[in-house]
Design a protein around this ligand. Structure first.
Ligand SMILES: [Zn+2]
Length: 241
């Protein structure tokens, strides 16, 4: 059965079908070659994301640092004021003045205690940010190392794939010398228009093997005669039976 079909197959079709096999192989390797750098891009995107997080943590940390510094400065000024008032306190003659200043000192002291709590809170926030910064840095170092390893691996794999593609292309250049120019031009026009790089396809169960369009009896008869190139009415690929 297979032998009969082989014998009957138009030689042009036969050459194009063989060329298609090779082109599909080339396409497969080109896809692999295109995918490889994408692996690097994914890793780089992940690194960029972590870097952005790290910047965010660092900016927040700076804010908390600034806030803590301001609160500490405020507290220091208040403490100095208390010291000054305490010195003055002993120089006061009237009991009323003494009590007034004493209250003033107590009020400042009460506020200071609130400020001290705020300082503790702000320092705890800083601590939390520092921990986040530290883990982001660790993660980034890991990712950078991964990227470096991946790059070496991808480069090596790409080299192999590209040399394979070069070999296949050399084979192709040899093969097309033997294909009738007009048929080759038709084939290549279709090939370049198709995303899946399939230009010639076998009819399967009386329909196009690529787009599954059913053949009419007349089309099937023309195909069976095996004399001219028949294109699928739906997807324009070259058909054979
Ligand atoms: Zn079709």
């Amino acid at each position: 059965m297979e032998q009969t079909r082989e014998r009957k197959l138009n030689p042009i079709i036969e050459k194009l079908a063989r060329l298609q096999q090779l082109d599909s192989e080339i396409f497969k390797h080109q896809c692999i070659a295109q995918e490889k750098p994408q692996q690097l891009a994914f890793k780089q995107a992940e690194i960029a994301q972590w870097q952005a997080s790290l910047n965010e943590f660092a900016a927040k940390n700076k804010e908390y640092r600034k806030k803590t510094d301001m609160l500490e400065l405020d507290l220091q000024e208040r403490q100095e004021k208390i010291n000054k008032l305490n010195l003055q306190l002993n120089t006061l003659k009237s009991n009323k003045d003494y009590q007034t200043m004493k209250h003033e000192i107590e009020a400042i002291e009460a506020d200071n205690s609130i400020i001290e709590d705020s300082i503790l809170k702000s320092m705890a926030d800083m601590d939390a940010q520092n921990k986040k910064i530290e883990s982001a840095r660790t993660k980034l170092a890991e990712l950078e190392k991964d990227l470096c390893e991946l790059k070496t691996q991808v480069d090596a794999e790409l080299k192999i794939v590209e040399s394979h593609i070069a070999q296949l292309n050399a084979q192709r250049a040899e093969m097309i010398r033997d294909v009738e120019p007009e048929a080759l031009a038709t084939y290549e026009r279709i090939l370049n228009n198709k995303g899946d790089k399939i230009a010639i396809i076998q009819v399967n169960d009386e329909s196009c093997g690529a787009c599954y369009m059913n053949m009419t009896t007349q089309e099937l008869n023309t195909l069976m005669k095996n004399k001219e190139l028949v294109l699928c009415k739906s997807c324009s690929r070259i058909l054979y039976i």
